[in-house]
Design a protein around this ligand. Structure first.
Ligand code: SF4
Length: 377
């Protein structure tokens, strides 16, 4: 197994793939833009310096692949509203969300004021914490794409089976694919000198983890409707370079489609059981994305039979309608590839991981955090 995995980090194979990319790139006379839409890819591309070793005419830009980053400010405001207005509340969250600033405060600051906010490492802990604390209202801040929804769905189903009454889910989970189409349309406004006249982004590096759930079949519309090639890749340097090489091959051959470089993990149909759980527990509704606003059919909502667990209903949370970015933060533009993190005037001046101004610097999958860690000039 270790030999198998070391193949994907092998320097000689990296060199072979790069050579192929350089030779193919000479057949393309214009600048082309490939976008990765997965936070883990963003980190890996920065970490391995892949952006810098590619031919001059191939540009990699980062898209909305980080679930924490695309979560609007109002999600944090809603959590703080519950803490401020109800007794005996315990908020459970994964680590990245803890330091994201809402319109007034962050969970980290609220904890320093004595509020009960706990960081989880696995969804399994939600039920045990609820059972250990029967007198408290346990509220889980649920964010993520289709990758995390099945495990949250299982927890919700189990909570119903066990008749647990003190557990609530503040739903911020998103369905990714409709947002990808909005992104294609939005990018027409700001990517120029593009290769593909019908669209703007010339190729997508599709998310590995998400694709294990939704499968290769979910992506064919990208090439059919917009003539944009895309590739599902893994996360090692060889994976990413093979993905880029496949994209360039499709451009050169004028034959856009979907290639699955990550077939060792991603199947054509995805994980049918996981998809069934999603369908069983969640409805789909309009969702608000940082950087892209309201997008139909992109937010997960609990189905009627599970709505006793819905934090919005239980705590009667009002609507929050906030500015997308505060303090001069330009996460909204970073998230759609309009600017690179380095183009934000606050980057590395007043915004850094110690003192983050926006979610893109807080999250371990955020583009600003990736550039700060690996790509500062
Ligand atoms: S560098 Fe900081 S302020 Fe600028 S977009 Fe990124 S997170 Fe926001």
């Amino acid at each position: 197994m270790s030999n198998f995995l070391s193949y994907f980090k092998d320097v000689d194979i990296v060199k072979i793939e790069l050579k192929k990319i350089f030779s193919l790139s000479e057949m393309i006379k214009k600048k082309i833009y490939f976008m990765e839409v997965c936070g883990t890819h963003t980190m890996q591309i920065s970490k391995y310096g892949i952006r810098k070793i590619l031919p001059q005419n191939i540009k990699l830009i980062s898209g909305p692949g980080c679930p924490v980053c695309v979560t609007p400010l109002e999600f944090i405001d809603k959590a703080i509203y519950i803490l401020d207005n109800f007794e005996n509340v315990t908020i459970l969250t994964f680590g990245d969300l803890y330091r994201v600033v809402g319109s007034k405060s962050s969970l980290e600051k609220e904890k320093s004021k004595g509020k009960d906010i706990r960081i989880l490492y696995s969804p399994d802990e939600i039920l045990s914490l609820a059972k250990e604390n029967p007198d408290r209202n346990i509220v889980f801040l649920s964010i993520g794409f289709e990758t995390t929804l099945p495990s949250i769905g299982c927890v919700i189903k189990e909570a119903k089976v066990q008749n647990i009454k003190n557990i609530f889910f503040l739903m911020g989970n998103k369905f990714f694919l409709p947002a990808l189409e909005v992104l294609i349309l939005l990018s027409r406004n700001f990517i120029s000198s593009n290769f593909n006249a019908d669209s703007t982004i010339d190729g997508f590096i599709l998310p590995g983890h998400l694709s294990t759930i939704i499968g290769e079949r979910s992506y064919h519309w990208i090439a059919q409707k917009y003539k944009i090639p895309s590739v599902i890749t893994g996360f090692e340097p060889v994976d990413i370079l093979q993905g880029i090489r496949l994209l360039v091959e499709m451009i050169v051959s004028k034959n856009p489609g979907v290639k699955n470089q990550y077939s060792r993990v991603v199947s054509y149909d995805g994980n049918l059981y996981a998809k069934e759980i999603i369908k069983e527990v969640f409805d789909i509704t309009e969702g608000k994305w940082r950087g892209m606003g309201l997008i139909p059919a992109t937010a997960a909502k609990l189905k009627k039979e599970f709505e006793d667990f819905d934090a919005e209903k239980r705590f009667n949370i009002p609507n929050f309608n906030n500015e997308e970015n505060l303090f001069g933060c330009r996460c909204n533009e970073v998230l759609i590839g309009k600017i690179t993190p380095i183009e934000c005037p606050l980057f590395d001046k007043v915004c850094n991981p110690e003192n983050p101004k926006g979610a893109c610097m807080v999250s371990t999958e955020g583009a600003c955090a990736a550039y700060y860690k690996y790509e500062r000039i």
